[in-house]
Design a protein. Structure first.
Length: 441
């Protein structure tokens, strides 16, 4: 058993004892109420999940095991010449709830390098798609093809003791995370770079090697990938990709099946696909206005036109946040350091100064501030990645860190299959009229 795996087992055993005592003492305590509008409108705000890896505060933003993004940028290990946190360190933190040192992070890098081999049949699945297929379609299909290498399903078929579910889940999660950059880079090079592929560089860190396989050797882009993979990794448990991974995993589907399901959710326009919608909207604005650097006045008019057509300004608003997304701020800081004069990046900043007052004046928007998607595309375009359809694949590679760390915890704590109660509108009406008692099974 590897050293990180051993530490996780110790942490999980201790947490299981604490949770057992918590439920024994307070299991019947009511922690919230559900309104009828929440039942009908996407269960928004209903507390019904436990996700240890991160917590989203409406006013403070995301915290990973209690640490803000600015704190992670300061405290997580970096490459010797770099300034951005290594995502290996964030994975360690989410898994073990303690900050890693340089040696811990190097250990994870080494483990992922050893586990990164992708069998040829996975590439054959990608090659079977027409080139006009969406990159997320190819990516998720490749993950499903990789499931043949999984340990959990094989061990379960042999009659694995449920006390060992966590171990096989951990190994599958580590294997999958190790292989994702190779798969994602293969999709990119096949679709956009004439099928000319780049072999891995075993001397690089996880995100740096991903950048290398994509074909970007600029150190700035490697730094961007380290930041991008860190800040997109997790966003507590209720978002579509995290919740779906957890839900499918609760049926004891292995990490490959669970993660693939979650990434199909990430591919939706209201979730991870939003990042491509942002850059598409900006490109369309620039084309219509005939300038690469529209003024704030021009932006304001275009925003009002977008809203008058019944459309939204992509990248603005969030289901939970009520302030500027700290992930947006981290990317803005990166842009000011590496590309302060880039026209597209400056346009993003001008939009940031223009859109919130307009949305606030309408009086109907709870959060007029930008989320993470409002900035990421402009940074990628600066380094030459103009294929905005691909951006969600980058998001998917990063999100694996959070959802798979959570899946390890779910199996270590033996969380049961998820099965909320549903009702019919007729039953709701009977309940409101006093004809039925409050529903329940």
């Amino acid at each position: 058993m590897g050293v990180i795996k051993e530490r996780f087992k110790v942490a999980a055993d201790q947490a299981a004892i604490e949770i057992k005592e918590l439920l024994k003492t307070n299991g019947s305590k009511v922690i919230g109420e559900v309104t009828l509008s929440q039942v009908y409108q996407g269960m928004r705000g209903i507390t019904g999940l436990v996700s240890e890896t991160s917590l989203l505060d409406a006013h403070e933003g995301i915290r990973f095991r209690g640490y803000s993004i600015s704190e992670l940028k300061e405290k997580l290990p970096k490459t010797p010449e770099g300034f951005e946190p290594l995502p290996e360190g964030l994975f360690y933190l989410m898994l073990l709830s303690e900050l890693p040192n340089d040696e811990d992070v190097q250990h994870i890098t080494n483990v992922w390098q050893r586990r990164s081999h992708v069998p040829s049949h996975v590439f054959a699945v990608i090659d079977a798609f027409p080139l006009n297929a969406h990159p997320m379609t190819m990516f998720v299909a490749a993950v499903m093809a990789l499931q043949t290498e999984g340990q959990f399903a094989k061990e379960y078929a042999k009659g694995m003791n449920k006390k060992d579910y966590w171990s096989a889940t951990y190994d599958d999660a580590m294997d999958l995370i190790a292989r994702l950059p190779r798969i994602a880079a293969y999709v990119y090079r096949r679709k956009y770079k004439k099928n000319e592929h780049i072999q891995p560089n075993g001397l690089l860190d996880w995100a740096g090697n991903f950048a290398h396989m994509l074909g970007y050797e600029d150190e700035g882009f490697k730094e961007l990938m380290r930041l991008y993979m860190t800040i997109h990794a997790d966003h507590e448990g209720g978002n579509v990709s995290a919740h779906t991974t957890h839900l499918v995993g609760s049926a004891l589907s292995d990490p490959y099946l669970s993660y693939a399901a979650g990434m199909n959710g990430l591919a939706g326009p209201l979730h991870g696909l939003a990042n491509q919608e942002v850059i598409k909207w900006i490109f369309e604005m620039q084309k219509k206005l005939g300038t690469d650097l529209p003024t704030k006045e021009q932006i304001a008019e275009y925003v009002k036109q977008t809203l008058s057509e019944g459309k939204v300004v992509p990248g603005y608003g969030h289901a939970v946040l009520r302030k500027t997304d700290p992930r947006f701020s981290a990317q803005m800081e990166f842009g000011k350091k590496h590309m302060p004069d880039d026209a597209l990046v400056k346009t993003v900043w001008n939009i940031y100064e223009t859109v919130p007052p307009i949305l606030q004046s309408m009086g109907k928007v709870k959060n007029p501030w930008p989320n993470v998607d409002a900035h990421s595309g402009a940074l990628l375009v600066h380094y030459g990645m103009v294929e905005y359809e691909y951006y969600t694949v980058l998001f998917a590679v990063s999100r694996a860190l959070g959802v798979l760390a959570s899946l390890c915890w779910a199996r270590a704590l033996n969380f049961p299959i998820e099965r909320p109660k549903s009702v019919t509108t007729n039953q709701v009406n009977n309940w409101l009229q006093g004809k039925d008692e409050v529903w329940g099974e």
